[in-house]
Design a protein. Structure first.
Length: 277
């Protein structure tokens, strides 16, 4: 990396569960990702979703595991600084891709991500981090808020539906793990120590897969906004089956030959760093 992480940035990530990194991605990377999202919308993968309940309202769109279908995304995940930054943050000798995805909110959209924890959504376990990269400048009011230190609560939270914020009840136990109803951060944001940042183009946020985060929804965008995210893992990343709620995503990697207990590695989860010789 030409702009390595500082000791303070790494300490913030470990202590707070999220850290803002300034100026780590050149304009060519953000330009490339915007072009990739346009290409994906024109020819979406089978994972493409519209999270806006009203079909006539401004949309909130998403696609994921699209890297192998969209050349711009593959170029970014393999050749941008993303994996080297992840390796430095989580002190990993190598980094594999877990999942790529992007989100787009059209101008006027009132949809927003509910407060949730990424780890409980998927059949993955290990030392992981997430890159959150806005493709336009972001104000703290229109970005994502992170509950400081929530990655250290030693709690799993139930999956929350993005379309309506529903999380399916008061909690449940599956395979010896208890999944709690997530706290209603939006109802009383002052009760939580929230991390929020203004971001210029090229700035990004890295956060722990266990960190609670979501949108407070105080601002409706007046222009279309796009965000690109990557989940990445150290060598200890493995597949651990969770509840039935993860079945749709599970079916995709099972079709590629992966099962419970397998390492997150191989063609579906390629190594990103160090780069191949």
């Amino acid at each position: 990396m030409t702009n390595p992480l500082t000791a303070d940035e790494k300490a913030c990530f470990r202590r707070d569960g999220a850290v803002c990194l300034r100026g780590r991605f050149a304009n060519r990377w953000t330009d490339m990702l915007r072009a990739g999202i346009d290409a994906d919308i024109a020819a979406p993968t089978e994972n493409f979703a519209r999270h806006t309940a009203d079909p006539g309202a401004p949309a909130y769109l998403e696609d994921f595991w699209a890297w192998s279908a969209v050349p711009q995304f593959e170029d970014f995940v393999r050749n941008s600084p993303c994996a080297a930054l992840a390796a430095d943050l989580i002190d990993a000798p190598s980094i594999n891709l877990v999942m790529d995805n992007w989100f787009l909110r059209e101008a006027g959209s009132t949809s927003r991500p509910p407060f949730h924890q990424d780890l409980a959504y998927f059949d993955f376990e290990g030392t992981m981090c997430v890159l959150w990269l806005p493709l336009e400048p972001v104000t703290r009011e229109n970005g994502i808020a992170f509950v400081k230190g929530s990655h250290l609560w030693d709690k799993l939270f139930m999956r929350v539906r993005f379309a309506d914020g529903h999380h399916g009840g008061e909690g449940r136990t599956h395979a010896g793990r208890t999944y709690h109803a997530p706290p209603d951060v939006e109802a009383d944001p002052e009760a939580y120590d929230l991390l929020r940042w203004d971001l210029d183009l090229g700035d990004c946020i890295f956060f722990d897969m266990r960190t609670l985060h979501g949108g407070l929804g105080s601002v409706t965008p007046t222009q279309t906004v796009r965000r690109f995210t990557l989940r990445m893992t150290a060598p200890d990343g493995v597949i651990r089956y969770r509840g039935d709620w993860a079945k749709p995503e599970r079916a995709l990697f099972e079709a590629a030959g992966y099962r419970e207990g397998d390492r997150i590695d191989g063609p579906f989860f390629p190594r990103l760093w160090p780069p191949a010789a």
